[in-house]
Design a protein around this ligand. Structure first.
Ligand code: FES
Length: 254
């Protein structure tokens, strides 16, 4: 089995850069006309939901583009026009934003996104081998993209991967075939290894808030489902990480 090199751009980095200059021969872009630009109602509602969270609507560009990518599979020209129409910006403004973030695909790409962390903590625990094995196991499925990625901030579950935004780890070599099949099938990836389900000092850590938009995290006190005083939603059973906070045996407490 060959170990693939982690993809690098021509400037040597693993992330895209500003290596394409502005085309000054083109006419300035215009904000799409709502009267002639059809936007799916759900996408419009989600973008407006994100806009409502910020004092400046441009701050919602990334979540709005992510919503359009979710709908279209990638940030297609149509997706840029639809987001621009709702946000009252030019498509060029949004393209400039999207081209800076490599989780936003500006060329056609598999809509099932598998990011295998190959940064230091994960590499030390076999992250690059995991990337290689998972890439081989998924094969040439055009719906799936498997990529090496920089630190995803979940180093404590190294080696880990993000499967359509669900963090799983530590992934064992013997679990790769099962995970690849779950990715292809769109099934819940390695349920027992999901960061979402690990005991945490913060019961809302990495928990998704299923609101109208369906993709947002809880942001207000009212939205956050905190445990009742004296109680906790954490499981009482001890785990390999010790007894969850709030469930200590009084006799063990000094
Ligand atoms: S090094 Fe892999 S999540 Fe941080």
């Amino acid at each position: 089995m060959s170990m693939p090199d982690v993809k690098r751009f021509s400037h040597g980095s693993r992330v895209p850069g500003w290596d394409a200059s502005v085309d000054l021969a083109k006419d300035p872009q215009e904000i799409p006309d709502p009267a002639t630009t059809p936007v799916p109602a759900e996408l419009r509602a989600e973008i407006e939901h994100h806009i409502g969270k910020y004092p400046d609507r441009r701050s919602a560009a990334i979540p709005a583009l992510a919503a359009a990518q979710e709908l279209h599979g990638w940030c297609s020209p149509e997706a840029f026009v639809q987001v621009a129409c709702v946000m009252r910006l030019t498509p060029a403004y949004l393209i400039a934003v999207a081209s800076f973030y490599d989780m936003l695909d500006t060329t056609p790409a598999g809509h099932k996104r598998v990011y295998v962390c190959t940064n230091i903590s994960c590499s030390l625990r076999g992250g690059r081998k995991l990337l290689s094995e998972l890439s081989d196991a998924v094969g040439d499925d055009p719906d799936v993209q498997v990529r090496g990625f920089e630190c995803l901030g979940a180093c404590d579950i190294a080696p880990m991967a993000s499967i359509n935004g669900i963090f799983v780890g530590p992934i064992e070599s013997g679990e790769v075939a099962e995970l690849a099949q779950q990715v292809r099938d769109g099934a819940d990836p390695l349920p027992a290894k999901q960061l979402l389900k690990r005991p945490s000092a913060d019961p809302q850590a990495n928990s998704k808030h299923h609101d109208v938009a369906g993709t947002d995290f809880a942001t207000t006190e009212a939205e956050i489902d905190r445990p009742a005083p004296g109680g906790s939603p954490l499981p009482a059973e001890p785990s390999s990480f010790g007894t969850p906070m709030g469930h200590e045996d009084p006799e063990d407490t000094p």
